[in-house]
Design a protein around this ligand. Structure first.
Ligand SMILES: [Fe+2]
Ligand SMILES: [Fe+2]
Length: 473
């Protein structure tokens, strides 16, 4: 398995694609369909070149090369992390056995399903963000948007490779369907709810890359543990790319909060909307929305599917090998807080193996807290009393035990009228969204930035903020 990627091939890869002519031809047949999709559903803003990173090797050091690239000419390809010799299955009933290089017949349908669901999210986010380039607050931000978009396109390639290489005709059909479904389409929507929401403004983009890409990180982390080694290695490399997407989200929200704090101090008022800033209350509502729809992506708190995937060795836990238990979970139990019909929370003891989605979500929530902490530190450093917080996990949920209940951000179970009265205080209203959109005026001049967001602390790859990250027409 070469660490270095073959860029002379029509499809860049480190999987020795030329040795498998049938597979190579099949993927070369899919490539123009992908390009069509990118042209129709990808970024609408045309450029003459964007300062993008391209993976050159999958090794630990120096895997990326930076240069100006016309996005349509980006070299999407198939990159798997190096094979770990003698890797063993870390959990479930096959624990201790060698990992699989082929798909076992008995788990074929389940593995294909997991890959399709992951694959479906990748192009979906590109579709959700396709108009954002038109209102980018700076060339630096515009460059980051393109970077995230081309890499989500590559993640689609990663899943399509697995479908083509290991799942025969059905896999090829699923690969076609990944381009056929579209975010928000009334007839053929994307599979998961959060990926059918529009990313209409840049605050939503930062929130999406903070909260929703972070869900992706945790899902990829569980697939990285998979006994199906090609899936594990694919996800390991995707995680490397994913880190930058979350950086865009974390620092993006940092910069909005920083700018809002500046305006609050400068004008000595919280009401900074008339001064072109985003009020902290609106930022909190965006957090509430993006966090709660991202929690839905973890699925039901109790899940026999997740238990079966685990027992079979298809999908592990976050950092499975670092967990100190029997890695089978059949004898352990955990607790679940369920909303009761009388308006109180009822604690229930459940077999641990049924709580795997909740386990992953718990890891995710702890990670999300770290963002809230850093945003609050910015407020604190500016002498502002306001504090952001994550709403209760039962708030605004459509999936799992809280669906069908109304829970306030502080975790009180309320009736329908109370919810309806409160929601304008908790979730972005049409007015809030219209206001934020009104600030989204493009700034495409080198070294300049829109008034609602602070410049970043540094540039990309050691370049300054005022570098010409994007050549516009
Ligand atoms: Fe991705
Ligand atoms: Fe991502």
């Amino acid at each position: 398995m070469p660490e270095t990627i073959d860029y002379d091939a029509r499809i860049p890869n480190n999987v020795d694609l030329s040795a498998n002519r049938r597979l190579q031809r099949a993927l070369e047949g899919w490539q123009p369909k992908f390009m069509n999709w990118w042209g129709e559903m990808g970024p609408t803003l045309e450029t003459q070149g964007v300062y993008l990173r391209t993976a050159v090797s999958v090794g630990r050091e120096g895997w990326a090369h930076f240069d100006h690239v016309v996005p349509e000419e980006y070299r999407w390809g198939i990159f798997l992390a190096e094979r770990e010799p003698d890797r063993r299955i870390a959990f479930g009933e096959h624990r201790g056995e060698p990992v699989w290089q082929q798909v076992p017949g008995e788990y074929r349908a389940e593995l294909q399903r997991l890959i399709v669901i992951q694959g479906d999210t990748e192009p979906a986010s590109v579709e959700q963000q396709r108009l954002l380039g038109l209102t980018a607050p700076s060339l630096y931000d515009l460059r980051n948007l393109f970077q995230v978009n081309v890499e989500e396109g590559r993640h689609l390639w990663a899943m399509v490779y697995l479908l083509h290489a290991y799942f025969g005709r059905e896999g090829r059909e699923e690969a076609e369907a990944l381009l056929y479904r579209n975010s928000g389409s009334p007839d053929t929507p994307r599979i998961l709810g959060a990926f059918n929401e529009e990313t209409a403004d840049w605050l939503a983009f930062y929130m999406f890359t903070y909260f929703t890409d972070r869900d992706g990180k945790y899902q990829l982390g569980t697939l990285k543990e998979s006994a199906f080694d090609p899936l594990s290695r694919t996800c390991e490399f995707m995680l490397k790319e994913e880190a930058h997407h979350m950086f865009v989200g974390t620092t993006g929200v940092d910069r909005v909060v920083t700018r809002s704090a500046e305006l609050i101090r400068e004008h000595d008022t919280d009401d900074i909307a008339s001064h072109g800033g985003i009020p902290l209350g609106i930022i909190q509502k965006y957090i509430n929305f993006h966090y709660s729809v991202s929690l839905d992506l973890f699925g039901s708190e109790t899940s026999t599917n997740a238990a079966n995937y685990y027992t079979a060795g298809l999908k592990g836990r976050w950092l499975e090998t670092r967990r100190k238990d029997d890695h089978k979970l059949t004898d352990d139990s955990g607790f679940l807080d369920r909303p009761g019909d009388d308006g109180t929370w009822v604690q229930e003891e459940v077999q641990k193996i049924l709580l795997l989605n909740l386990d992953l979500r718990t890891e995710y929530i702890a990670d999300c807290q770290s963002g809230v902490k850093r945003w609050n530190r910015i407020l604190e450093n500016n002498g502002i009393d306001f504090r952001f917080r994550l709403p209760h996990p039962g708030f605004n949920r459509d999936v799992g035990i809280n669906a069908g209940h109304h829970v306030t951000p502080d975790g009180t179970i309320v009736d329908e009228p109370t919810w309806q009265r409160g929601r304008k205080h908790w979730l972005p209203t049409d007015e809030d969204l219209t206001f934020v959109r009104s600030l989204m005026i493009p700034v495409h001049e080198r070294g300049k930035i829109a008034g609602w967001v602070a410049p970043p602390a540094g540039g990309i790859n050691g370049k300054p903020f005022d570098y010409e990250y994007v050549y516009l027409t």
